[in-house]
Design a protein around this ligand. Sequence first.
Ligand SMILES: Cc1cc2nc3c(=O)[nH]c(=O)nc-3n(C[C@H](O)[C@H](O)[C@H](O)COP(=O)(O)OP(=O)(O)OC[C@H]3O[C@@H](n4cnc5c(N)ncnc54)[C@H](O)[C@@H]3O)c2cc1C
Length: 407
Amino acid sequence: MPDVRGKRVVVIGAGPVGLCLALRLAQQDIPVTVVEALGEDNFLEQVPRAGTNHPATLELFDAIGLYRRLEPRGIVAPLFHYWDRHENRLIAEFDHAHLKDDTRFPYVLQCERIKIVEEALALAKTHPLIEVRLSTTFTSFEQNADGVTAHVANADGDAETIAGAYLVSGEGARSIVRKDLGIEFEGFTYSDRTLNIEVAYDFRQHGYTERNYISDPTEWSNLFHWKGPPDRWRVHFPTAPEDDEAAICRPEALQARLQRFLPTAKDFDIVGSNLYTVHQRVAKRFRVGRAILAGDSAHVNSPIGAMGMNSGVHDAFNLADKLAGILRGTLSEDQLDRYERQRRHVALQHTQQQTIRNKKLLAEKDPAVRSRNHDELRRTAEDPKRARAFLLRTSLIESLREAEAIA
Ligand SMILES: Cc1cc2nc3c(=O)[nH]c(=O)nc-3n(C[C@H](O)[C@H](O)[C@H](O)COP(=O)(O)OP(=O)(O)OC[C@H]3O[C@@H](n4cnc5c(N)ncnc54)[C@H](O)[C@@H]3O)c2cc1C
């Protein structure tokens, strides 16, 4: 077996994508340096983001020893619901049990991104082949035929370089690598921002399940359950482009919005809120030479459908296995072009299309179209064959199968 010790991969970003990539590479004896701007003191202070982990992602987490650390911190959720807020009724219930022959994990795990990176970072820190550089900010890089050099500002603020065979950008949507390579981030940004409110209240007493998509012609929403203590529910609402951020995030305004959604005798116990902008973009290229994009640095999409982090983790495993093969001499470097073909296809044909469709479905205003959409969802949920096909798509299993067939 060729000696791969000198062939280090430099990964920028200890998000879910960077950490999964590092763990998967190290599992195959490839040394990795992970560069992360956040430090020990603020790593766990990141704003709430992803949290629904689909079956195929759970299989990958399991392969690197991460799943068993996440399951006790999450909620196993086989069901998800579509609701009609306008008529206050359940439209359709989908059960991942239809996927029992397709996956070992016929459910999603509701487990927030912050818990995933906390557990993945703990695994990475103890792995002898992974060097984690916290409080270290990546600033630029250069590459030649033999390798890459990353320029960073270390914890003391001093400039330093880190050399490797390949550089992977797991930096998230604002990727410096993508910008330095001049790669276009094609797509669009929604003019309306999404308001996220976190509430300690059990919505199941009103018939909701752990994961709910709620359509409404004026104010659609999503409702998700996270494990505590205390247990929290995340409610998403759209906001108008002209809304003033300070005004809509005032405690009285948040309370009023929640009470409009579900009037209760008591005030909701609001434990947090934030407003975020939603982009639908895919990088025109995922790789230039020895520099490669993965996760949000390569593609971003609306969170409706829970596909951003999941598809990013799928990128990470696809790429790690190819890089490991190339560094061990069992695969040729053109496999990196296959990575781009496979994962760009998924981004364009699956995550972009599905998330844009999901938002349209929830926000539809035309009563006739709404009614047709809801009938269609109901019929799909009630027919086991159609329900399975629907779940294969929404859980991204179909996207992985399609990618595998791309040469
Ligand atoms: C409200 C919300 C809900 C969401 N829900 C879901 C969901 O349920 N399911 C789902 O699949 N997706 C969801 N997403 C999307 C998901 O959060 C992202 O797709 C995912 O976090 C991307 O992971 P990443 O590792 O690529 O990047 P990030 O999570 O953005 O991580 C990037 C890391 O790189 C570090 N970094 C950045 N720049 C530098 C630098 N110059 N030097 C060093 N370090 C750097 C950052 O500090 C960070 O740690 C949601 C997003 C939002 C906003």
